[in-house]
Write a protein that binds this ligand. Structure first.
Ligand SMILES: [Zn+2]
Ligand SMILES: [Zn+2]
Length: 347
C-alpha cells in the first residue's frame, strides 16, 4: 500500500518541471509522514534536473530543503509526534553501522548515504524529493525545527545552512578569526549570517560590489570586489578561513595567497571542470585546500538550534509551484535574493 501525492517532476533531463503524482510508501514502524509546507530550490536541484553532474534518475522530483509538520508516525517512532515542526535535508538513509554513521557523519557513510532524491533507496525504490505535498522519512533522518523559526525561512537551512555551518564550525570560525565567504548567493548569504553569529570578523569576496549593501546588512564587516585584481595584493595574508561557494573556476593560487599561515581554503561549490594549482601556494605557510559536503544529522540539528537561538533564517522569495521553471532560469542568472522557496500548498 502506497499513497499518491501531487508533486512537480522533471520527466527527462533538461525538460521543464511539470505537475504530476508520485507514490509514497506507507509509513513503517520508524517512519514519519510529513506534510510539506515549504521546499527550497537549491542550485544542485537544477544541476541534477538538467543532468549536469551525472546520469540522473527520471522522472525526478527535486528538493532537499524540506520544512513541514508531522502528519502521522509509525508505531516505533519515539522522537516525533503528530503536529511537530520538522525538516528533512539532503539525506534520508545510510548504512547506520559504519564508523562514520555511528559518529553522526552520515554524509560520509562508508556504504554511501541515500540522497533525498535522485537516488535508489535501500528498499530498491527511487527517492523523490520535496517538491511535493508529503514525504515519508525515517525518524532518524528527520530533524526538529525550533518553534521560533518560521518554516519558510527554515527550509533553506536544511541544505544551504548546514553546508556553511559545518565547515565554519570544523575550521573554528569564531571570535578573533577572520573569515571570508566567496560569493553572496544562496549558500554565501547563510555563510555570512552564521559566521557573524559565531563571532568571526566576516568579509565577502564577490565579483562586483552590486550586493555590497545586502552583504553588510547580513552581517559582513567588509566587502570586496574580486574583479578588481588589486584586492588580492591588498588582502594578502589576511584570512584564517576562506569558504568558497562559487561554482565558477576560481584562481586558487590567488585565493590561497589571501590566507594567513595555517589558514584553510574550503570549497563547498565546485566547477564541473578540474582545476590546476601550483602546489608552492600550499607549501609556503602550511596552508590547507579542502572541501566540505553538507553535514551529518546531529550537526544539522545543532545548526537549526543555533539558527533559532540567533534568529537566523534564510532571505527568501516564496513562489508558487507553477513558477519553478522560471525560478530555475533566475537562479542560473544569479537573479535571486537569496533563495526561492516553493509554497507546496500551490502544487
Ligand atoms: Zn542543496
Ligand atoms: Zn554508514
Amino acid at each position: 500500500m502506497t499513497r499518491t501525492v501531487p508533486a512537480y517532476a522533471a520527466p527527462a533531463p533538461g525538460a521543464p518541471l511539470e505537475r504530476t503524482t508520485i507514490e509514497r510508501r506507507t509509513p513503517g514502524p520508524h517512519d514519519v509522514l510529513i506534510d510539506i509546507a515549504y521546499s527550497g530550490i537549491c542550485h544542485s536541484d537544477i544541476h541534477q534536473a538538467r543532468d549536469g553532474w551525472a546520469e540522473g534518475i527520471f522522472p525526478m522530483v527535486p528538493g532537499h530543503e524540506i520544512a513541514g509538520t508531522v502528519a502521522a508516525v509509525g508505531d516505533a517512532v519515539t522522537r516525533f509526534a503528530v503536529g511537530d515542526r520538522v525538516g528533512v535535508g539532503c539525506l534520508v538513509d545510510s548504512c547506520r553501522t559504519c564508523e562514520f554513521c555511528l559518529a553522526g557523519q552520515e554524509q560520509n557513510c562508508a556504504d554511501g548515504s541515500t540522497g533525498t532524491y535522485n537516488a535508489i533507496g535501500r528498499d530498491g525504490e527511487p527517492t523523490y524529493g520535496g517538491y511535493a505535498t508529503q514525504v515519508v522519512v525515517d525518524e532518524n533522518f528527520t530533524v526538529r525545527i525550533p518553534d521560533s523559526l518560521p518554516l519558510d525561512v527554515a527550509a533553506p537551512l536544511l541544505c544551504a545552512g548546514i553546508t556553511m555551518y559545518s565547515p565554519l564550525r570544523h575550521w573554528q570560525a569564531g571570535p578573533g578569526k577572520k573569515v571570508a565567504v566567496v560569493g553572496l548567493g544562496g549558500l554565501g548569504h547563510m555563510g555570512v549570517k552564521i559566521a557573524h553569529a559565531l563571532g568571526a570578523e566576516v568579509t565577502v569576496l564577490s565579483q562586483s560590489l552590486r550586493k555590497r549593501e545586502d552583504g553588510l546588512k547580513l552581517g559582513a564587516d567588509h566587502y570586496h570586489a574580486t574583479a578588481d585584481g588589486k584586492v588580492f595584493d591588498e588582502l594578502a595574508g589576511t584570512f584564517d578561513l576562506i569558504v568558497s561557494t562559487v561554482s565558477a573556476p576560481l584562481k586558487l593560487g590567488g585565493y590561497l595567497k589571501l590566507l594567513r599561515p595555517d589558514g584553510a581554503l574550503v570549497n563547498v561549490g565546485a566547477p564541473e571542470e578540474p582545476v590546476s594549482l601550483n602546489l608552492f601556494s600550499l607549501i609556503g605557510g602550511r596552508k590547507t585546500l579542502a572541501g566540505s559536503n553538507i553535514g551529518g544529522i546531529p550537526e544539522t540539528q545543532e545548526m537549526l538550534d543555533f539558527c533559532a537561538e540567533h534568529g537566523l533564517g534564510a532571505e527568501i522569495e516564496v513562489i508558487r509551484a507553477d513558477q519553478i521553471n522560471e525560478a530555475y532560469e533566475r537562479v542560473v542568472a544569479s537573479d535571486v535574493r537569496y533563495r526561492f522557496v516553493i509554497d507546496t500548498a500551490t502544487i
